[in-house]
Design a protein around this ligand. Sequence first.
Ligand SMILES: C[S@@+](CC[C@H](N)C(=O)[O-])C[C@H]1O[C@@H](n2cnc3c(N)ncnc32)[C@H](O)[C@@H]1O
Length: 297
Amino acid sequence: MDESRMFQENTFDNYLNSAAPICEDGAFQKKGHSARTLSPEEAEKLSRDQALVSDFKKLKLEKDAQKNWDLFYKRNSTNFFKDRHWTTREFEDLKACREFEDQKLTILEAGCGVGNCLFPLLEEDLNIFAYACDFSPRAVEYVKKNTLYNIERCKVFQCDLTKDDLLENIPADSVDVATLIFVLSAIHPDKMHLALQNIYKVLKPGKCVLFRDYGLYDHAMLRFKSGSKLGENFYVRQDGTRSYFFTDEFLSHLFMAVGYEQVVNEYVLRETVNRKEGLRVPRVFLQSKFRKPLSEA
Ligand SMILES: C[S@@+](CC[C@H](N)C(=O)[O-])C[C@H]1O[C@@H](n2cnc3c(N)ncnc32)[C@H](O)[C@@H]1O
């Protein structure tokens, strides 16, 4: 399922700073290595919006990052993101991670939110143990309160992926697959590598991080009003949460500098349609897979 579907219509506006709800069309999807080409109007808009938020405000947003995500879940409870059943389908790698059919997999969902990916996955695949963590204590509480939460099948904990050592909750070299689904974009680009280093320690050698997040020139990037820009491809929403828009090159450097090997790194280009207004909008995501090498160099 497209990421656009995970938003409830009434709150999708807030998320994209958009004026109208958008539903998935599903008629169009393209994968590849080239980013989207902007129309002349879009290119002009982006080149006009160069003013950056003040350094004072940038520092405050960084300091308040956890608070702002927690307030996000206070406002939206568990109703914002829709459950996603696409994890196994789109990342068929999850299945491919098994070396034999009945192998029990240990997964880590880094930045799990309220579990919209986690619970569908636990329902679909009974042979999984899942670690899940999030920045927001409130989101973690929602996961624990979910009727599907079962300590025999999952362990959820609060953590800042850029600061708190995952080894406090997960044994070293024990995870078969880690997911980062729309999480890295919420982290300051200067700190993204810290989250990747942290995950590296708990991954088994030879195993992968599955990544999906906003790509350069996604519609959401073009909807930011002037005064929202924090840096190159990095913006702040009205609620104080932030979003980075990735190029394949940036992501590749980020992972490889930490020591991962690139397996897949491609743009997914889709069109979604606002049926009420008959508007088509381009969505751009980056879907990638990076492996911890079997032996350290
Ligand atoms: C856009 S939401 C995506 C949530 C979930 N992955 C999903 O797809 O439903 C981004 C999540 O990243 C979490 N997050 C942001 N910064 C984080 C950090 N430094 N450490 C851990 N989680 C973080 C937020 O609390 C939020 O739940």
